[in-house]
Structures are given as structure tokens and as C-alpha cells.
Design a protein around this ligand. Structure first.
Ligand code: IPM
Ligand code: MG
Length: 355
């Protein structure tokens, strides 16, 4: 098939991990005889430096006309002064909004070889297989903001329609899994959470009677995620709670660098990015973990291009590379030499070759 993919490396380790994602995408294209046109575009802090805008018009236009967008990471100390007028993060939020990708899927699965790489006990993380469905274009990140010398406000709003559509995504996903949704809120305090709980409950009961839904408070869920993570299947959350809990959940897998994400809207077009940030402390050293990005490429193949076998093949290639010991510094075995970003990418390419 033919497809156009916008590639936004961004800042920090973004371009390094995206380079490996792109190599894997090209290898899959070659192996399965597809024709992918890749367009590299400026985005984030580097775009602020060059154009004064984290999401230049040309980049946005290319993303809106592409079949999918692959993104590395954005941000860094250079652009994060408290009084900064433009921020890379604003570009990312705007891109998500413009693409209409309101559903952010963040799967967390524990690779057997990496059970010892986590800070948690092996018996707690073995067999974890869960997925977050994070609402991505609403809530407090998108509400009105004010700031004067004495105070600041961030408004959190959710509409019934926004909660309904994200709950439907969770419902459909649950049907393809263990049919269990845990909806997360802070309904003992927040009005938006009370609405969230009511609407999520109604949608699941009326439209997904074969799926069970339980409701849990965000604070206790933060605890249960590391106490009994195997009990979770689909976790449905509003924007900010999902942002926070997915960084925590990444530690179940062993490293933030391993987790991919897919952001989807009503059509097929999606935005794919690892959940980690730009990691300025290790940028430019070639040691970042590329697997979160490569696994995001697999999600891109599956969700935007509907290339199910190619997606599964790439996931298998990553799993085999990890099995064979291709582990970057963040997940390296105690006495083993850590792989560089490029070497980890090479290991996946070698496995793609063998598929
Ligand atoms: C994430 C990131 C972003 C978010 C930042 C960079 C704006 O933390 O994708 O989890 O908060 O959504
Ligand atoms: Mg985050």
C-alpha cells in the first residue's frame, strides 16, 4: 500500500529515537512491499528557534494531510523558563487538538526478560497486561488559563459528549481484551469527575453490557497500580490523571523508554509517540531507548494503516531483540554492556529480516 507519514523528531532525544523508528518503518515497507512516503518536519523547541512557533503552519498542514504522524519528543530547559512566551508543549497540545485525536492509548505489558529490570518485585509485575485510555484533548490542559501578580487559574471542563466518546473507545478496546474497565476519577472532590463517573457508567451499561466497569479514585489507583497491577485491564482516565498515572505505570514495564502510544480520533489518522519526554540530560549521546518509538511505529501500522501482520511482526522483532539481550542503559542487565540507541535499532532490523 501507499501511505504518507509525517515525521516530527522534535527535541532532545526525539530525533535519535525517531531515526530508529523510521529505519524500522522502512525495513517493514521493504519486506512487505509497501510504499511509504516520509516527510520530516520541524516541531517543538527547534521550530521555536527557527520560526518562533512550535507548530509552524507547514508542519501542521503536512500532519493534517498525512495518513499518520510519528513524533519523538519535545521540550527542554532552553524553552521552559517560567516567563517563556511560547513553549514547545503548547505546540504538542495544539497538534493533538487540530488532529482531533482525543483518545490516547498507552499499553503497558511486561516483557518476561525484563522482569528483573523493574524496581518492583518480579512477582508483582510478572504478567501485567493493561492499557490506558487517556482523554487527550480536553480537561484542565485545554481550559482557560489566567495569571496575574497575585494568582493563577486553570479551568477544568468536560462535556457529556467528550466523556461519551472516550468511554466508547474504552468499551471497544475492552471487548477485544478481558472486558473490564476501571474508570478513574476524583469524584469525592471534583464536579467534572462526578459527571465523568455518571456518563462512563451509563455508556458502558447501555452500549457495552458485556463489559464490566468499576470506578476508582485516582489517588488510590496510584497505589493499586504498583500493589496489584495484574488486576487491571482497561483504565479509562481524563487527561491529567492519565498523564500522571502512565508515567507511574511505565515503571511496571521497567522503563519509561519502553512505552509506546497511539492517539486516535474518529478517522484512521493518528499521532504516534513514545510516552517519554525529550530527556535533555542524555540527549545527543546516542544512549536513549528507541523501543517506545519503534513500538509506536507498530501501533501506527496497526491503527492508521490497518497493516495488522506488519504491526505484529514489528512487535515480535522488538521482543526477540530484547530476548537476545539488546538492552539500552535504562534496561540493561546488571553485568551486561548497554546497547546504544543505534545498536538496539540494528538488533530490531536484524529480527525484521528474519520474520
Ligand atoms: C505526555 C507528555 C505531554 C502531556 C507534555 C509534554 C505536554 O507529558 O505525552 O505524557 O502532558 O501530555
Ligand atoms: Mg506525560
Amino acid at each position: 500500500m501507499k501511505a504518507r507519514i509525517a515525521v516530527l523528531g522534535g527535541d532532545g532525544v526525539g530525533p535519535e529515537v525517531v531515526a530508529e523508528g523510521v529505519r524500522c518503518l522502512q525495513a517493514i515497507a521493504e519486506k512487505f512491499r509497501h510504499d511509504f512516503e516520509l516527510l520530516e518536519l520541524p516541531f517543538g523547541g527547534v521550530a521555536i528557534d527557527r520560526f518562533g512557533d512550535p507548530l509552524p503552519e507547514e508542519t501542521l498542514r503536512a500532519c493534517l494531510t498525512a495518513d499518520a504522524v510519528l513524533l519523538g519528543a519535545i521540550g527542554g530547559p532552553r524553552w521552559s523558563a517560567p516567563d517563556a512566551k511560547v513553549r514547545p508543549e503548547a505546540g504538542l497540545l495544539r497538534l493533538r487538538r487540530e488532529l482531533g485525536v482525543y483518545a490516547n492509548l498507552r499499553p503497558v505489558a511486561v516483557h518476561p526478560a525484563l522482569v528483573d529490570a523493574t524496581t518492583l518485585k518480579p512477582e508483582v509485575v510478572t504478567g501485567v497486561d493493561l492499557v490506558f485510555v487517556r482523554e487527550l484533548t480536553g480537561g484542565i490542559y485545554f481550559g482557560e488559563k489566567t495569571r496575574d501578580a497575585e494568582r493563577a487559574t486553570d479551568v477544568c471542563t468536560y462535556s457529556v459528549a467528550e466523556i461519551e466518546r472516550i468511554t466508547r473507545v474504552a468499551g471497544r478496546l475492552a471487548r477485544a481484551r478481558r472486558r473490564k474497565i476501571t474508570s478513574i476519577d476524583k469524584s469525592n472532590v471534583l464536579e467534572t469527575s462526578r459527571l465523568w463517573r455518571e456518563v462512563a457508567e451509563r455508556v458502558v451499561r447501555s452500549e457495552f453490557p458485556d463489559v464490566t466497569i468499576e470506578h476508582a479514585l485516582v489517588d488510590s489507583t496510584a497505589m493499586h497500580l504498583i500493589r496489584r497491577p495484574r488486576d487491571f485491564d482497561v483504565l479509562l482516565t481524563e487527561n491529567m490523571f492519565g498523564d500522571i498515572l502512565t508515567d507511574e505505570a511505565a515503571m511496571l514495564a521497567g522503563s519509561l523508554g519502553l512505552l509506546p502510544s497511539a492517539s486516535l480520533g474518529d478517522g484512521r489518522r493518528g499521532l504516534y509517540e513514545p510516552i517519554h519526554g525529550s530527556a535533555p540530560d542524555i540527549a545527543g549521546q546516542g544512549i536513549a531507548n528507541p523501543y517506545g518509538t519503534i513500538l509506536s511505529v507498530a501501533l501506527l501500522l496497526r491503527h492508521s494503516l490497518e497493516l495488522v501482520d506488519e504491526a505484529a511482526g514489528l512487535e515480535t522483532a522488538v521482543a526477540r531483540a530484547i530476548d537476545a539481550g539488546a538492552r539500552t542503559r535504562d534496561i540493561a542487565a546488571p553485568d551486561a554492556r548497554a546497547f546504544t540507541t543505534r545498536e538496539a535499532g540494528d538488533a530490531v532490523l536484524a529480527e525484521i529480516e528474519k520474520l
